[in-house]
Structure formats: structure tokens, C-alpha cells
Ligand binder design. Structure first.
Ligand SMILES: Nc1ncnc2c1ncn2[C@@H]1O[C@H](COP(=O)(O)OP(=O)(O)OP(=O)(O)O)[C@@H](O)[C@H]1O
Ligand SMILES: [Mg+2]
Length: 154
């Protein structure tokens, strides 16, 4: 899936659509892209669509922000500052991947061995002042989620 996101509003629209898709299918989703590419913007819109109405802080320093939403827990992580997989042990990362939970990770390339288990891999790239969004499903869950996202985004 490839989408041209002309401005921040387009990123918010895509993120909200992802949130509506995640309401039907929980998943482990990674968000790759350079600094400022729009990863947190996308996640923020998804969380809003999932029913979260407070602020969404970037978990760059806290590593994780968890949101207890009506459809289940949603965990937002940023691995930018992680040294390696052992830094995730204290978080009980495996438990986060429980059924009924969704996990959204920025900077997945910091820990490829864990990121490889994602259901859906999202990439944001700069296109002059705009962005290009691409998404690749890596599991059956990811295929379902991506199909729902494409329906919701249209
Ligand atoms: N499609 C778009 N076109 C232009 N600007 C955009 C678009 N989408 C988001 N932006 C802007 O780009 C910035 C993205 O910031 P954001 O914090 O979401 O990036 P990030 O990828 O999470 O960065 P970091 O790697 O630091 O976590 C914001 O200023 C936002 O307004
Ligand atoms: Mg971010």
C-alpha cells in the first residue's frame, strides 16, 4: 500500500483510519521513518480514533505509554534511545503482545530481531514538503489489518 500524504491533515486522516482498523483487529505495528517523518502524528491520530481523548506524548524518554481503551490496551513505544533488546526486558515486552492488545513501535530498526515479528510494517518517507506512506503486511493479522485500513482510508 502506498499513499501520498500532502500535509499534516492527510497524515491525521490516515492515522485515524488505522485506528478504526485497529478497533476491529488488534496488532503489532511498526513505524519506520526519519526524524520528524510523522510517526508520532500517525499514532496520535490512531489513538484518538480508538477513543483516547487526552494528550499523546512521544514516548522517546519514557520508552512506553500505555492507553487502557475500551477495545483493549494500546501500547505506544519509541525505541530511538534503546541500546538493544535487553533494554526491553524490564518492560515485559512479550506480555504486551498479548491477544487483545495493540502495540505501535517507532524506530523499530533499533531492534530488528523483535521488529521482525510485527504484523504490519509502516514506513514514512519525505517527499519534498509532503510524505509518502507505505505499509507492508507480514502476517495474516497484518493482511486483515491492512485490508481494513485501506477500506477506512478511502
Ligand atoms: N504529510 C505531511 N506533510 C508535511 N508535514 C507533515 C506531514 N505529516 C506530518 N507532518 C509534520 O511533520 C512533523 C512530524 O512530527 P512527528 O513528531 O510526528 O514525527 P516523528 O516521525 O514521530 O519524529 P521522531 O523520529 O522525532 O519521533 C510534524 O511537525 C507534523 O506537523
Ligand atoms: Mg515520534
Amino acid at each position: 500500500m502506498n499513499q501520498h500524504l500532502v500535509d499534516e491533515a492527510a497524515t491525521l486522516h490516515a492515522g485515524a483510519a488505522l485506528g478504526r482498523a485497529l478497533a476491529r483487529q488488534t496488532a503489532f505495528v511498526t513505524f519506520q521513518g526519519e526524524l520528524g517523518a510523522g510517526k508520532t502524528t500517525l499514532v496520535r491520530a490512531a489513538l484518538r480514533a480508538l477513543g483516547h481523548d487526552g494528550p499523546v506524548r512521544s514516548p522517546t524518554y519514557t520508552l512506553i505509554e500505555s492507553y487502557p481503551l475500551s477495545g483493549g490496551q494500546v501500547h505506544h513505544l519509541d525505541w530511538y534511545r534503546l541500546g538493544g533488546a535487553s533494554d526491553l526486558d524490564g518492560l515485559g515486552f512479550r506480555d504486551l503482545l498479548a491477544p487483545g492488545h495493540s502495540v505501535m513501535v517507532e524506530w523499530p530498526e533499533r531492534i530488528p530481531l523483535i521488529a521482525d515479528h510485527a504484523d504490519l510494517a509502516v514506513t514514512l518517507t519525505y517527499a519534498q514538503d509532503a510524505r509518502v506512506l507505505s505499509a507492508v503486511a507480514k502476517t495474516d493479522v497484518g493482511v486483515q489489518l491492512l485490508a481494513a485500513w485501506m477500506t477506512e482510508i478511502a
